[in-house]
Design a protein around this ligand. Sequence first.
Ligand code: ATP
Length: 580
Amino acid sequence: MDGSLRQLERLLSYLREYRWHFIGGIGLVLLMSYTNGVIPVLIRNAIDKGIVTKKYSVAFNYGLLILLVAVFNGIFSFTGRYLLVKSAQHAVYYIRMDAFKAIQRHRMEFFDKTFSGQLISRITNDTERITRFLSFRIRMFVYSIFLIAVSLYYMIRMNVFLSLVALGTIAVVVLLNTTYATKVRPIYDKIRHQTGVIASIATGTIAGIKTIKSLSVEENIQEKFSKENENLYSLNIDAIKITALYGNAPFLILGLAMSAMLYYGGKAIIAKTLTVGELVAFLTYMLTMMWPLRALGFTIGDIQRSLAAAARLFEVIDSAPKAIDAPDAVEINDPKGEVEFRDVWLTYHTGRTVLRGVNLKVSPGEKVLIVGPPGSGKSSILKLIARFYVPDKGEVLIDGVNVKKIKTESLRRIVAYVPQEPFIFNRSIRENIALAKPDAKMDEIIRAAKIAKIHDFISSLPNGYDTIVGEKGVTLSGGQRQRIALARALLLDPKIILLDDPVSNLDAETEKRLVEDLKEILKGRTALIVSQRLSLVKLTDRVIVIKDGRIIEEGKPSELVKKGGAFSEMIRAIGEEYEK
Ligand SMILES: Nc1ncnc2c1ncn2[C@@H]1O[C@H](COP(=O)(O)OP(=O)(O)OP(=O)(O)O)[C@@H](O)[C@H]1O
């Protein structure tokens, strides 16, 4: 509970800026409870002082008063709800922003360990639950408690015995509703989870439709989907059984209580210890309290869960590094483009050590090709230079400065990493190229596209640079995607370019053209290229062969071929002609 209180405190601290909205909203909810609680008393007066005594003008005046109170009740209800929802939405806006910013601050390792679906659920479902808690549940809680208190106050003043009947009914109904809420909640949780499972099969199927169709495994997938769909069906049936049982029970209890009230109330009226107006007031109170009692049951069950949602969100926020840069981080203003690895070791979160004492020095402007068997650690070398990961031991330096100590903004300007399968966002080509420099001028974008040799293709599209690409837009070929990614990288005019298997997805003709163009693209820049394709040897000054996380051979391609070691063996194995 201690933790829950802390979560609640932190949650409420997000309301600070709109605290007057929140406090005002709660105040109006109290007034709303009061006006609702006082109406049965006015009804009693209308009956006892007007109708029973046949003073119709008194009854009429009470009628007007009730109308007035009801109008105020409506005003309090509307304004209170508006103020509370506004403050809650404002708080959740900031919580969502904090979580989103934290997600972006997290290191790559966090994403290796966390399912993306979970993160999306934090930002959507959990924040939704918190909004409901801050705006609706708190309002209902305050409203219900205060209305019950006001009602009991007036009831006790009218008749203690009937008040005890009412109190007993309240206790039983709250108990029933809380039991219902605790029983049905886990099933609803499972339903939500199962809906997620079904959604992920559906999205996976749509994303992998080409593979599914080419392997003709539609029936297999349908079977899997059908099984999960059946689970969802059974869960919904379980939920409805509980709802049908508990949902109606409170009405039965209330019916019983009202019958008891009519019986004892009727006897009390005959014995003149209760008035007709008082009995009507009691019955009205029972009906008025029905809904708040229901809400109270749900609220009690929901508080813990909403705070758990808040805890999950706060965990995402708190586990992110506070700042991306070290306090003593430096800028490199006039980069030369030298890269150095000093006894670098890297182990991923899975416990696998992939680099084992790598030493490497790449001079400014040098082009290095990194080759080696699959999984030998080639891409990991590039990822360390881009500082996606930090080594467990040793140092990675750029121009003699440890990358850990370089300001991120500076590092991103100096180093461009082009992944094997570049991600193209569902936006215009212009925005895709200008991703890292959104304020880039059109001629800068065109210049980058021209160097990446994609300008002619873009110009041939009816909407040119404004063409939307990606999902529901123009589909790009593998080669076009690579070139857009290259243009994106070139826009920042980086001194160091890291190409992760740039030609692996290209056909022979496209590969040949890209290799030709890369000569110009890489001119004046340091380049580290990971590839199995020997076509790229043409571009490189030095080849590095990696095996099991160690550099086992390095040198000029022609020298390595002559030497007859691992590299020349690779060439023989691939069976390609080596030409320089
Ligand atoms: N983010 C990660 N988390 C955990 N393990 C990883 C991660 N990235 C790579 N690995 C593992 O580290 C090893 C080296 O990966 P790396 O991508 O550096 O190899 P590679 O030589 O580039 O392989 P390939 O030629 O197949 O692309 C592999 O066994 C891989 O499974």
